[in-house]
Design a protein around this ligand. Sequence first.
Ligand code: ATR
Length: 282
Amino acid sequence: MSAARYAVFGQPIAHSQSPHIHAAFARAQGIALDYRAIEASPQEFAAALEAFAAEGGVGANVTLPHKEAAFALCATTTSRAHRAGAVNTLLRKGDGWHGDNTDGIGLVRDLTGRHGLDLRGRRVLLLGAGGAARGIAPALLDAGILELVVANRSPARADALVDAMAEPGRAISAYWEDLREQGDFELVINATSAGRDKDAAFQLPLSLVNSLTTAVDLNYGGAAIAFLAWARAAGCRNSFDGLGMLVEQAAESFRLWHGVRPDTDAVYAELRERASTLVTAD
Ligand code: ATR
């Protein structure tokens, strides 16, 4: 019997680590897997996904720039995907796609499991309100944080994200220029794509940081350098890139497809060793 077919869709997709990560999980679990990377432009995405299903594709990951488009194409979604308005995991059910979003639970698992943080009762600052920010906001609220403050360069997008969370008082937006007035946070998350610019630098108020603050960049490799440099200079207690989240979101997708959650430590250690060469892509 030939292996079940899976894929990751994105543009660009050449740097995606997902085929490598899923192949490693499958090997460790003794599962035969055919998982490939498929490049598709926004115009091509819907047709490419249909062609994949017609050829026997049963599951897919979706990355930039297709997460919102994938959500719109789903026949059914999980409630966390619905709140995010974005999908990173697809499962074929009958004639349609069922969509989930494992980015947020991936981040929470990395922070609580790998790094031993307790998120309950914490004030969290989320920088950015694009697809990446929307993917993680529901899971942070579900993890029991006290308050989620969302700041974005264009304020209307922060307001829209906060409205979608439907937790008035617990999820609130703030103007980027007014961050100095927001007090301090135990968790500061960079979900912007600003660090992908070669000359990026973060100038955020030092007043955001207290002696417990953890800073997390959802990016990894070169795109995480600027924010993590700010975090260290500001005196954050811990600073992490998005590599752990990358591996954990993949493990949650793997569980949805195969019914078993793979151990993530070996793949994480291997990616960590070559982290400086990786390009944020998944
Ligand atoms: P992603 O899926 O990675 O979130 P996106 O939806 O294009 O990509 O969102 C990019 C995010 O990075 C947005 O929050 C964007 O802010 P705007 O909504 O104001 O565009 C943010 N961003 C990009 N470049 C930035 C910069 N130089 N400074 C601050 N925020 C930036």
